[in-house]
Design a protein around this ligand. Sequence first.
Ligand code: AMP
Ligand code: ZN
Length: 291
Amino acid sequence: MRCEACRRARASLRGFSMDLCEDCFIRIYRRRVFHVIKAYSLVGRGDRVAVALSGGKDSVVALKMLKEYGADVFAYHINLGIPGYSDEMESISREFAAELGVEIHVTSLREEYGFRVVDIEGRKACSACGAVKRYLMNRVPRELGATKVATGHNMDDILEFFLKNLLSGNYAWNRKLVPHNPSEHPLVLPRIRPLFEVGERETLAYALLTDLPVRADRCPLAKFSGWKEIIYEIERKKKNFRVQLIRSVRELAAHMPGEGTVWRECTVCGEPTSREVCAFCSLRARVDAHD
Ligand code: AMP
Ligand code: ZN
């Protein structure tokens, strides 16, 4: 079978609802990501972007793309203290940043705050981990002079959030499912998602084809949801289903009501929060109480 893009070379993989040769695949992948960066103004003059680098393929590719686009970037990694996982992710992140010639800053939750996400009781490790990441990914890069934070969330991740929000009736949350999430508070950095229009499988293929580090297994605590398989199943029958849906999700987001957050200062750390004590400080207090 011939490549559907160049019509010359033999097609060897499927991506973007097309049968493609490797060269066309790589070219189209980059073009899609650069289109997102440009069309949604992810980086502007004077921006310094902290790329939240987990060491997984998505954030590795996001960092590489932003660097190649010419953005002023540095990497930020959090060692969450998950046994048999976090130390290796930290090494991969450090090695990859060095290889790319990008500065990296690492926060070790255990060394700097005295606990690991697996030490938190009374709350599921994954939701605690989410709260820790949201907090540190904003505070630390901001203190290091970043003007924006980029994550490796890909199109399929966002479609999955969208479908879950839709089914649970959390419509307002869809407001955040955009490639460029502006800041709602002077101390909250805007979030950008350069992989907004490329999926999980395309990103894996891109990483493999361009020799980027790809770690085989995922976080040992993560649960398998099955949503991505469903999304790909639909795409098999409806060409370009995912990219069409993600563009609609983006337009829909603008029509969602705001959450009407009333911002306050955390009475413990002073960071912006909607509560008296922020989620991160509440977690720390809970861990301290158990010591
Ligand atoms: P996840 O919430 O694990 O699906 O990850 C989503 C995005 O958050 C990744 O693509 C990264 O950009 C970022 N991220 C996740 N874990 C870490 C980490 N330990 N350190 C830095 N960034 C992370
Ligand atoms: Zn706090």
